[in-house]
Design a protein around this ligand. Structure first.
Ligand code: NAP
Length: 448
């Protein structure tokens, strides 16, 4: 008989779902730094809709979004959901996971009970007119990040996801490594492959900010896999080796320069001249890495305010600066003369659709994308891992925590696959133009 509640690590018989589960909860009355915001509780296991799947979580990935959820800023995610009609006065975070399918809704065809999966974090209403019309669900007003904007994320024994979020778990990865990469890698994939004629192609130079960080470590590998030339920018030479091992052609230490920040006004000759000198010096550091006077075709941006002026300046004619965050601030100052005369593109990008997430996952399945798991933690250490991130004391790459897995290093059931020359993509070759990945229906985009 199915028990009411299973201890952590005591896996219920396959397909048997208990009424309650252990979970780390954030509640509005304790919004604050991670060590205060997160507390262990027992709650009901969520019920699933016809297009949803209940996954027994083996491990969960750590992302900055649940530091924000715990702080209750810039958005009170619980209040926002309550306003939209959801009654729960708590938030279970977690936007990355690996686990085992325990129950499926009646419309689900792509996964079955017992499948080992990883999950991307994009949710949307399959009946939304944008989605029904075949548009990119990333443009749907119903789009939400699972485990941040939605409840019942992966910091619990069971998580509720849409079937289209489930992707095959790479068999050569442990549970914790498999839980570490999807959010950052899929985001980097869309940034690099999702924007038409500016998508990365063989021989392209890509300048990657924060090369040793979560996004940057994925971007280096994705550019390399496409035959491009990644150059990493980092804050110290101690990170060079890490980026070079991932495939960077060379690295630049941003602390060798001091022209960062918003652009001085173009009428302020002295200040603008000083900035220009710094930007040119930065550009010549790129030439030094390449051994030729070439500008990057793509600049992979997320620091934002501090770096955007230089990113636009060094980007090649007809090239693209693609940005998914403004970690240092949101005022992107641009000298439009460089933008229009050189016909450069400043492109916003946010997470990824299911087609793109699956294309990224093909790289991981082929053993061509290292999840860059830097540190794995126990279930009890979920607040601690977030606290490291909160205090910017987290190690290079990506972090994960065990949930259902009882020990580190479990879950790998196959050796490293033989790396393919190119990733096998679900819908033809993404390296040919046009590069905008069309949205497909759920049936088309998911592996059978
Ligand atoms: P991360 O692992 O902390 O890496 C960020 C990197 O940025 C750091 O490694 C750091 O590298 C670099 N950095 C920090 N301050 C900088 C500065 N002043 N100038 C230049 N570089 C600086 O974080 P992440 O996971 O890569 O995420 C980065 C940002 O993207 C976060 O704001 C995150 O919330 C956002 N994000 C957005 C999406 C989306 O879908 N929109 C998805 C994932 C992440 P160095 O110190 O070595 O330079």
């Amino acid at each position: 008989m199915t028990k009411e509640l299973y201890d952590l690590g005591e896996q219920p018989p396959l397909g048997e779902v208990p009424a309650t589960m252990h979970a780390w909860l954030i509640r509005p009355e304790r919004f604050g730094p991670p060590l205060e915001a997160f507390q262990k509780e027992v709650v009901d296991v969520p019920t699933i809709a016809d297009d949803e799947v209940l996954v027994y979580v083996m491990a969960a990935g750590i992302n900055y979004n649940n530091v924000w959820a715990g702080l209750g800023i810039p958005v009170d995610v619980i209040g926002a959901r309550n306003k939209a009609g959801e009654p729960e006065r708590f938030h279970i975070g977690g936007s990355d996971a690996s686990g085992i399918v325990y129950a499926v809704g009646k419309d689900v065809t792509n996964v079955k009970v017992g499948d080992e999966v990883v999950m991307h974090c994009g949710k949307w209403d399959r009946n939304c007119p944008t989605v029904v019309r075949g548009g990119d669900p990333m443009y749907s007003p119903s789009f939400r990040i699972w485990g941040y904007e939605t409840n019942y994320g992966s910091f619990a024994q069971f998580t509720k996801v849409q079937a289209q979020q489930c992707m095959p778990k790479p068999k050569h990865l442990t549970w914790e490594a498999a839980a570490a990469y999807t959010l950052v890698a899929a985001t980097a994939w869309r940034m690099l492959h999702g924007w038409g004629e500016n998508a990365v192609k063989e021989g392209d130079v890509a300048l990657i900010w924060g090369g040793a960080g979560g996004l940057g470590s994925m971007a280096i590998q994705i550019v390399k896999a496409a035959g491009g030339i990644p150059i990493a920018v980092v804050s110290g030479e101690d990170k060079f080796d890490y980026c070079m091992k991932l495939g960077a052609k060379g690295c630049i230490n941003r602390n060798d320069f001091d022209h960062w920040g918003m652009l001085p006004h173009w009428k302020d000759d002295a200040a603008y001249g000083t900035w220009l000198k710094g930007a040119r010096k930065f550009g010549s550091a790129i030439w030094d890495v390449l051994g030729e006077r070439r500008a990057p075709n793509i600049v992979f941006e997320h620091p934002g305010e501090s770096t955007i002026p230089s990113s636009i300046f060094v980007c090649d004619t007809g090239g693209m600066v693609v940005v998914c965050a403004g970690t240092t601030g949101y005022n992107a100052t641009v000298d439009l003369r460089y933008l229009w005369m050189r016909q450069k593109r400043l492109q916003g990008s946010h997470f990824a659709n299911a087609v793109q997430s699956n294309q990224m996952n093909q790289l991981a399945l082929a053993g061509k994308l290292d999840p860059c798991l830097s540190q794995a933690f126990t279930y009890d250490e979920i607040p601690l891992a977030h606290d490291l991130m909160y205090r910017n004391k987290h190690p290079h790459g990506n972090m994960a925590v065990l949930v259902g897995a009882t020990d580190f290093g479990q879950g790998a059931t196959a050796p490293e696959p033989v790396a393919l020359p190119h990733p096998t993509l679900p819908e033809g070759d993404a390296h040919t133009t046009p590069r905008i990945v069309p949205h497909a229906t759920d049936r088309e985009l998911l592996p059978e």
